[in-house]
Design a protein around this ligand. Sequence first.
Ligand SMILES: Cc1cc2nc3c(=O)[nH]c(=O)nc-3n(C[C@H](O)[C@H](O)[C@H](O)COP(=O)(O)OP(=O)(O)OC[C@H]3O[C@@H](n4cnc5c(N)ncnc54)[C@H](O)[C@@H]3O)c2cc1C
Length: 469
Amino acid sequence: MNSDLANSKRRVAIIGGGITGLAAAHRLSEIDSTAEVTLFEAGNRVGGILETIRRDGYLIERSADMFTTKEPWALDLCRRVGLEDQLMNTNEAFRRAFVVFRGRLVPVPEGFTLMSPAKMWPVLRTPLLSGWGKARLAWERFVPTRHDRSDESLHDFAIRRLGREVYDRLVQPLIGGIYTADPTKLSMQAAMPEFVAMEQEWGNLTRGVREKATKTKREGTGARYGMFLGLRDGMESLIDAIVAHLPVDCVRLNSPVQCIRRHEHTWELTVEGEPDSCDFDALIVATRAPHAADLLRAIDGGLSQELTGIQYASAAVPVFGYRRDQITHPLDGFGFVVPFVEKRQILSGSFTSIKFPGRAPDDSVLFRVFIGGACQEELMSLSDEELYSIAERELAELLGIRGEPQIRELVRWNQAMPQYHLGHLDRVARIEQMASHLPAFALAGNAYRGVGIPFCVRSGELAAEAVCS
Ligand SMILES: Cc1cc2nc3c(=O)[nH]c(=O)nc-3n(C[C@H](O)[C@H](O)[C@H](O)COP(=O)(O)OP(=O)(O)OC[C@H]3O[C@@H](n4cnc5c(N)ncnc54)[C@H](O)[C@@H]3O)c2cc1C
């Protein structure tokens, strides 16, 4: 199919049918209903990393099972595609997590928010920290503010402000579980800017967290929803709802874009296995960074090289269903994280059907275990059986589980999680600068300014607005 330049409708191509590409397509349909949008997806389904499966009465999320409402973009999109009645708060009865401490599960002190305590009393009582560790944490308010604005790693920031013990026992496992990153390389400015800003504004995190809590109370932002939301029928219902709002024939499955060429006024795309190319007025690339780098190599070598510089980590997620009577632990929380200092082979475990009731048959519990990440990448070379056996053994030890699981599933995410290493924001600024020189073009996805679903949605929507401006 060749371009029809007389056609006055804007023809927009989107490469990548994950949540980012779909959010871009949806936003385009909102702002320019006459645009002809074509979304090319290499695989045989849309959704990318997001996928929900149902098996034997269990509802299993293969990756994300919730999103934050702190940033409003995913919640807004759910409302716009008619999913408001599907939104699901996490189970209020058990809103807490555990940390593994000398082989057993100990609750994260109440009010401890990733980096800093909003309440001191629970921290003083926790067995997770020694007297010295607690004293060092209490001293945080007297640690001088860092005025050097250069990038700092999570490891350096947390040890400087909170001390080694709080880092080892709380910060590393809690944040490591989110980013599956090497904390000595993870950029605070890119991954956790709110804590950097807190130090700058209030001088220390202890005061910053309190001021923030008071402000939220005063402004009565009184969230209608909890800080995290899931969807009753799983994340895939968001994908389905977006697709239902797109024009028929917008999505082309099994269509891996192989080559992009730039002409004077158009973008030409060639799809693998198809003899004819297609021309478009605008282009959004919503793939992972290495795929974008491959596609853009012939267009802008420098941009392609910067994209290649964004590294990715892998993880495996063994999923298990057990009967409740096989488990000794009361499961009075959402799951646990494992500090590196415990020297175990898993990163964390989630009590999925406790967090979201209804995701397992009445007498059963669904667990997800996370293995790998940037610091244990070597575990990804293990066979499925070996990964199952590590996860089953660890769950049995930590939760007192007896016998075989009723069901098990294994998901492997190879090179799926972008790593925001030191210098990430500078790299992204260079990427954005170079991309801005390409006409009617935008990059979007979790590689740039946020890995969570709300950030992907925002990134896709901004890309749609940019190519329409
Ligand atoms: C295990 C795990 C758990 C997670 N948990 C959470 C969570 O609880 N909450 C949260 O907010 N986030 C979570 N995330 C992060 C979130 O799920 C992802 O950041 C998000 O889904 C990424 O979406 P995306 O569209 O940017 O990329 P992807 O989903 O990777 O989509 C990119 C798409 O591009 C396609 N593609 C690539 N090359 C081409 C080509 N040449 N032509 C056509 N198509 C192409 C791919 O096939 C793919 O479908 C989790 C991620 C993982 C891996």
